[in-house]
Design a protein around this ligand. Sequence first.
Ligand code: EPU
Length: 337
Amino acid sequence: MKNRIVTDKSLLDMNTFGISARTAYYAEFSSVYELRAVLADPQVAGLPRRVVGGGSNILLQGDFPGLILHPAAQEISLLEKTGDTVVIRAEAGVEWDLFVAWNVARGYAGLENLSLIPGYVGASVIQNIGAYGVEACEAVREVEIFRTDTGLTETIPAEKCRFGYRDSIFKRELFGKAIVLSVMFVLSTVPRFRLDYGDLRAEVERRGGATIENVRQAVIAIRESKLPDPKVLGNSGSFFKNPVVSEAMSAELTAKYPDMPAYPVPDGVKLAAGWLIDHAGWKGRRMGNAGVHDRQALVLVNSGGATGAEILALARAIQDDIHEKFGVDIEPEVNIL
Ligand code: EPU
């Protein structure tokens, strides 16, 4: 089989932050067979490896000294339709929003709140993407992976994926050991609308009421009004996770800032990092070529020609300031490479 490994490749078009950096080695794979061949190549033996799909949730600190693997398999298959339930498999290289649109067009409900999220299907389970009150894990049945430590494929049922808020087993125990090949989702032909987040219900009503298509269009409109288009202004969506603090800490902050958003979650109270950053005065500010988006303070942007180090310097300055002003620690949501 011919060697598919490319050397010294630019990653500029492969990260939505628009950071100019290179990788020592790069290879695409669309089957386990191809993946095995790439991994067995002696030129990449022992080097660091990362999988990059849409590149929409990464920050490149500089050139990558190892192998970047890119999933290229893009099939979507309807496996089963029983009563109201549909089971669909999507390969890791399918663009997430194409997958959502594919389902919405067929009347398969469950993912419409997750419209317009950049990235690939493979990353959706690693990151457990979420928006407007819904998380990807709610529709996942199982994840097919390739284990780089054993060289075998494995199917992990959703209950064993340890899904949490922007979290999964793939970011923890299986970090660096699992390459997602495909994801099996369970959706329904009978929608159960989830419209309680923010302005979603009002936006859906304005479009004539709840249908899967109207929810998708409403979510797209809300996202477009707040989140910068990476093709115009480089960014990776929310740069930080929303922090979860103790009830005591939340009560202390709410007494001081009565309008601060705070949502009870099983392990404490979730605060809005965007609100904290905004109220610390960072919205719209710039440090060098890195900036804080002027409509959503949780989004850091590349104002033009920023390096990964500049974005990180801004992120650290924000973290320190939020710690000082509110006593709260915020952690990056993007993966730093
Ligand atoms: N807020 C401000 N100022 C800001 C930004 C937010 O005061 O500059 C306040 C808002 O008014 C609101 C609260 O903070 O009361 C939450 O804001 P928003 O609804 O915009 O959502 P978020 O918590 O900032 C999260 C996700 C987004 C997702 C939205 C909608 C994370 C890290 N981010 O953002 O996901 O689209 O909810 O569900 O959980 C992503 O992960 O990349 C992403 C964009």
